[in-house]
Design a binder for this molecule. Structure first.
Ligand code: UDP
Ligand code: MG
Length: 312
């Protein structure tokens, strides 16, 4: 079977050379053991890095037919880098695995991914064993993230990021999804194809810093919620019904007690409800903006150059 390994890279100059060496060594090991065919390869996607990542990757790929490099014209974001790697691979391989460039995810789990694929699964999710290598902030924000996403109607597999295997069939189906806001973790489970889970260990980042800033994480969460669920809009309905009931009760109280005594309370409530109304307008605004952006139907990423597009 032909395996493609997709590696999104953004400002990874500190560690990309070691990662590429390890991945190449691992690919050779899989070939020697006859687990994959000799035309399997690694597909690096340079997501508009502003450091030396692109030059380093060009050097790695130019002399190695087992490595391809897709370079974006600018930074489009991790999800789009993974998606571009999937699109590139779909007609060329039997299965594709996406993994982070820092190799924090244990590459040995690829053996288990291949076992699951051979048992007939089209999708194999990598789920991390524990979060001990993450700091307190990252650990608690990701827990809040999973709980919040599920409450908001976007079901994701807990502790699964983007380390996954997709079969040729799954890659093909995924390529028919046209949406601009891509949240693969939410999208792929909705495809309903035969799937399994592989558990893996997570290591510390050995070089460089996390490229997922708070801003990027919040954008990912917003994309996830607004493209999968209308629950926030229904939450507005519930809260407005509760406020109507409260206001009726207050009118009745007002009629019984002398008005001066509750003027302050009414004043505070006035502020509270005007705040809530602004919040509701914002929620609806988010959906309107999402619709506006989707209606433009702009390209999700722009590829500037490709090295080893086909196996020469
Ligand atoms: N990444 C990317 N584009 C971005 C941000 C990140 O391609 O805009 C890549 C990054 O190079 C890495 C992967 O996405 O290969 C995951 O990022 P990172 O390791 O920084 O995230 P963390 O492990 O901290 O969640
Ligand atoms: Mg990482």
């Amino acid at each position: 079977m032909i395996l493609y390994i997709v590696v999104p890279c953004f400002n990874e100059e500190e560690g990309i050379v070691q990662s590429a060496e390890r991945l190449n060594g691992f690919l050779a090991e899989l070939m020697e053991k006859n687990r994959i065919s000799s035309n399997s390869k690694i597909v690096f996607v340079n997501d508009g890095s502003r450091d030396k990542t692109k030059e380093l990757l060009e050097n790695i790929c130019k002399n190695n037919i087992s490595c391809s490099l897709i370079s974006f014209s600018r930074n489009f974001g991790h999800q789009y880098a993974v998606l571009a790697g999937y699109h590139f691979s779909k007609d060329k391989c039997d299965a594709c695995i996406s993994i982070d460039a820092d190799l924090q995810q244990d590459i040995n789990a690829i053996y288990d991914f291949l076992d699951c694929y051979e048992k007939g699964n089209d999708i194999v999710y990598g789920v991390r064993n524990d979060r001990n290598t993450d700091g307190f902030f990252k650990k608690s924000t990701s827990q809040i993230f999973y709980r919040f996403m599920s409450k908001m109607g976007c079901e994701v597999i807990p502790n699964h990021a983007d380390y996954r295997l997709l079969s040729k069939k799954a890659l093909n189906e995924l390529s028919h999804y046209p949406e601009g806001a891509v949240f693969l973790r939410g999208l792929i489970p909705t495809m309903g194809m035969k799937s399994d889970i592989v558990y893996f260990d997570v290591f510390e980042r050995t070089a460089g810093q996390s490229k997922y800033t708070m801003k990027k994480m919040l954008k990912l969460a917003m994309d996830g919620i607004t493209s999968f669920s209308d629950k926030p809009v229904f939450a507005i309905l519930k809260i407005s019904l509760i406020s109507i009931v409260i206001s009726i009760v207050l009118f009745i109280i007002n009629a019984i007690i002398t008005p001066e005594k509750i003027t302050m309370v009414l004043f505070a409530l006035g502020f509270l409800f005007s705040g809530l109304i602004e919040l509701f307008i914002w929620i609806i605004g988010v959906y309107v903006v999402r619709t506006y952006l989707e209606s433009k139907n702009r390209p999700r990423y722009i590829i500037e150059s490709v090295i080893h597009e086909v196996n020469e």
